[in-house]
Design a protein around this ligand. Structure first.
Ligand code: HEM
Length: 213
């Protein structure tokens, strides 16, 4: 039981262990399909390193026992497929963001085409985000209870992604004006570099998920 958890924490055999964690982890409130112990639900529970609200525990438990989450967990190919979906969406989302941010920072030659970069990439940018969110949610659903106690996951989802998203929307609205200017305004450069750093922090937090409690 705990072996799977420690393997996961050491980052070994990650894809397969992740899928099985809801079956194996001592952090899970029971085997898939089981309901929460009914010894009076605590208001807050200590799971992993973090105290979490009882309703969040119940939500995580409910989500990871949905048929779709159990199917992904129980299949040999579904988890890697969902991971690949998350990464495909991220490639589109982060890739198009980086292109716009670098152009704001003055990388590349200014041409009439590059001046509307943000507008041109708009659709692919949000398609990428949609795919990334869908894949991320499905990955999360497989071990929701465990992720909800993971400080790296909570930082990624609760702080870094909302911040990155808010800044991204501001940049997307202002970029067409900034891109037209002969000299890119300082505020545009600061926004561009901050967004680049924020998505780097999101990716770093994601990579740390298996290594923190
Ligand atoms: C759009 C911004 C996002 C970025 C840049 C991002 C980045 C990443 C990266 C780089 C990984 C791979 C970590 C690794 O395997 O080493 C990952 C995994 C993961 N992501 Fe995301 N992600 C994003 C959004 C989301 C969202 C919105 C969710 C949940 C709703 C999510 C849930 C997950 C989960 C559960 C994993 C697997 C973590 C593990 O157990 O190793 N991600 N993400």
């Amino acid at each position: 039981m705990l072996e799977s958890r420690s393997l996961r924490l050491q980052g070994l055999d990650r894809g397969r262990v992740d899928r099985r964690i809801i079956f194996a982890s001592g952090l899970s409130a029971g085997s898939p399909g089981a309901s929460l112990p009914d010894k009076g639900k605590p208001e807050r529970q200590q799971l992993g390193g973090i105290r979490m609200d009882g309703s969040l525990v119940a939500f995580g438990h409910w989500l990871q026992n949905r048929p779709f989450a159990l199917s992904i967990a129980g299949s040999d190919w579904a988890y890697p497929f969902v991971q690949a979906t998350h990464f495909t969406g991220l490639s589109l989302w982060v890739g198009t963001n980086v292109a716009v941010d670098l152009s704001l920072l003055g990388a590349g030659k200014k041409s009439p085409a590059s001046m509307q970069l943000s507008d041109t990439l708009f659709l692919w940018n949000w398609i990428g985000f949609g795919i990334a969110i869908t894949g991320g949610f499905l990955l999360f659903s497989v071990s929701a209870e465990t992720y909800l106690t993971n400080i790296a996951f909570l930082t990624k989802l609760g702080a870094l992604i909302p911040l990155g998203l808010a800044l991204h929307i501001v940049i997307q609205r202002k970029a067409p004006v900034w891109e037209q200017a002969s000299e890119t305004p300082a505020v545009a450069k600061i926004a561009g570099i901050t967004e680049l750093l924020l998505w780097l922090c999101v990716a770093t937090a994601a990579v740390l998920i298996p290594y923190v409690g």
